[in-house]
Structure formats: structure tokens, C-alpha cells
Write a protein that binds this ligand. Structure first.
Ligand code: ATP
Ligand code: MG
Length: 157
């Protein structure tokens, strides 16, 4: 199952994330895909806002590679940009982070780095840059998760 959304500003992408964040449940894992500057962090800030975590706390953990936030649910925010291969990811105990998500939420930027480690319950969010301000956002996952996170009236196109 897949839902397609279009946003035409960073604040719309943030708002989309915020609405989804309000409906997240413990154990949800979101894998984000998309080139540099496509909106992954902006979306994650919205998602966290939906869980009651202030936007300014949420920055891409490019150097630390993982940040933890405490909101309505705990959030692990991973950024795997600098990880070149699966072996490096495993050395950094990415599997451990994925399983710790059980009581909380895991959000992974540059999830393509660990594609083989993602299970079929993972919610995948692809960010395609259409123009400097327009993004096509494709959310896929199980039907139940999509109904909860991207209710029909929010999906366009
Ligand atoms: N519709 C849009 N949605 C999201 N961001 C947008 C949009 N239009 C313009 N932007 C701009 O694109 C940039 C997105 O940056 P952001 O850090 O969220 O990207 P990213 O995918 O996390 O990049 P990186 O891979 O470097 O972590 C911001 O500068 C934002 O203002
Ligand atoms: Mg980012």
C-alpha cells in the first residue's frame, strides 16, 4: 500500500509530519529515503512536534549518528548518511537501535544504507524533490498503519 502526498513548502512538510506524529504508536519504525535537502529532517521535526518534542531539539544527528528525545513516546533519530555499507551499520549496533524501538519510535534518515535490515512492518517514506519548494512524498506500509498515519483526506494525487 502506498499514499502519495505533495507539499509546496517546508512548513507543509513539517505539518504533515506533525499530524503523523500525533498518531504514532510504540514500535513504529519510519525509514526515510531521499537526496540531500529533500526534507527528511524537516519532516522528522514535525513528527517529533506531534509527540510533544520541541522542534529546536531535533537536528540531524550526522556526527553522533543517533539522537534520543523524550516526548509522549521516546524517539530514536538515526542519520546514516555517513555509513557506507551494511557492515559499518552492524558495527554501530544499528540492529540494537531498531529493536529498542519496541517501546518507542525509531526514525531513520538515509535508510537505504540498511535496506536489508528493515522488516515488512517498517513505514517507508520517500522524499522526491520536484522543484526547489515542491516535494512528492510517498508513504508506504501496511494498510492499517497508513490508515492511522495518513488518513485518506490528507492524501492527494
Ligand atoms: N516542500 C518542502 N518540504 C521540505 N523542505 C523544503 C520544502 N521546500 C523547500 N524545502 C527546504 O529544503 C530543505 C530540506 O532540508 P532538510 O534538512 O529537511 O533535508 P534532509 O532531507 O534532512 O537533508 P539531509 O540529507 O542533508 O539530512 C530545507 O532547507 C527546507 O527549507
Ligand atoms: Mg537530514
Amino acid at each position: 500500500m502506498q499514499r502519495r502526498l505533495i507539499t509546496t513548502s517546508a512548513s507543509e512538510t513539517y505539518e504533515l509530519g506533525r499530524r503523523m506524529g500525533g498518531n504514532l504508536e510504540p514500535g513504529d519504525i519510519l525509514a526515510l529515503f531521499g537526496e540531500l535537502g529533500s526534507g527528511k529532517t524537516c519532516f522528522t521535526q514535525g513528527l517529533c512536534a506531534g509527540l510533544g518534542i520541541p522542534r529546536k531539539r531535533v537536528i540531524s544527528p550526522t556526527y553522533a549518528f543517533v539522537h534520543e528525545y523524550e516526548g509522549r513516546l521516546p524517539v530514536l533519530h538515526l542519520d546514516l548518511y555517513r555509513i557506507d555499507n551494511l557492515e559499518d551499520a552492524l558495527d554501530l549496533d544499528v540492529m540494537e537501535y531498531l529493536s529498542r524501538g519496541e517501546g518507542g519510535i525509531v526514525v531513520i534518515e538515509w535508510a537505504d544504507r540498511i535496506m536489508p535490515l528493515l522488516d515488512e512492518d517498517t513505514i517507508q517514506v520517500i522524499f522526491n524533490v520536484v522543484t526547489s519548494r515542491k516535494r512528492e512524498i510517498l508513504v508506504s506500509g501496511r494498510e492499517g498503519a497508513l490508515d492511522r498515519l495518513v488518513p485518506g483526506e490528507h492524501a492527494r494525487g
